[in-house]
Design a protein around this ligand. Sequence first.
Ligand code: ADP
Length: 401
Amino acid sequence: MRILVINSGSSSLKFQVIDSESEQVLAKGVCERIGIDGVFTYKTDRISIKEPVVMENHTQAVHTLLDTLVDSEKGIISDFGEIDVIGHRLVHGGEKFTGSVVVTDEVIQAMTECNDLAPLHNPANLIGVDACRKLMPDTLMVGVFDTAFNQSMEPKAYLYGLPYRYYEKYKIRRYGFHGISHKYVSQRAAEFMGQDLRQVKTIVCHLGNGASISAVKYGKVIDNSMGFTPLEGLVMGTRCGDVDPGALEFLAKKENLDFPQVMAILNQESGVLGISKNYSSDFRELKDAEIKYNEKAALAREIFAYKVAKYVGSYAAAMNGVDNIVFTAGVGENDSDIREEICSYLEFLGITLDELKNREQSEAVRISEGTSKVNVLVIRTNEELEIAREAAEVARQNGVK
Ligand code: ADP
């Protein structure tokens, strides 16, 4: 099957065409600055282009990418019909979606009802769905939710210490995010280690600009560090992670801020960017600054690593043990110093790192020593492939061959 994977945001739309049998990427690209001016990037094994293309809305963006896919020179197919399935990344499925589903009118309605829970992401995702439905009405569409894999959490993990009535009334609870990545990486780790997924306890550290940790016990998430929104948990690029709400009331009073202003500070001005006194949210730049004795940059990285280690420790307790700790995403895959620092807190788990392996760059590598009691791995995440796999599976169940 040929799967078109779509990840639609408010002003950008990323896409990949993946052959589900070989799992090869046939084409990929991104439509950026939709509704502003428009930049189109596209790559196959033969060509690579980046050019200005006016895209006034998401329908035009999907038009642009489809036209390119069937173009006689740049394209990889001769007809839209050669796309068997479209897999959409959908951010928030609330409690309604515990797995991937065929996108129907009912699903769109149910997702629209979740818009309140993810006001920045869900409407943008749905615009992408709508654009594809307009242009390819006969193609099967599958929705793959970033919250679905985390739906296996039990109430003891997902409920806050708030009056229960607010959960009943408004579904205020922890949902957890990055589920597509946590699923792919935890499964790839077991496969790489030759383990039976149903018998291993894995902690996945997805450390990118947005960062989250999950505890995956016997193939199912039992906890995830993100909460009702992606703001909870670790200190991130620009997001604060866990903060005492009492401090926020205090801050709002002192600075005369309203709720939207406080939220903007927590989402966009905090994390390692805020701690480093606005030096950078980029871990590479922070590392360079640390080397040049920038104390706040060093502090930001130190706090980040400490917080990751604390979550890993608590998730080892939550699962009553851990077999694999896996680092993934931009920082987790590339920053060997941060990995080393995090693991230095975890010697009590019997972890010893192989320094040379820790500097190796590959799709999957075990960076702990053979004698280490816990396997520490670095695995490149691949959310698009996971979406393609799930879309293919749902399509097969619906008679697509
Ligand atoms: P997101 O998808 O949440 O935007 P990514 O997973 O792409 O984030 O990670 C982006 C972050 O990865 C960047 O902000 C950068 O700090 C970090 N990063 C990428 N490459 C490196 C590297 N070689 N060393 C350290 N950090 C890196």
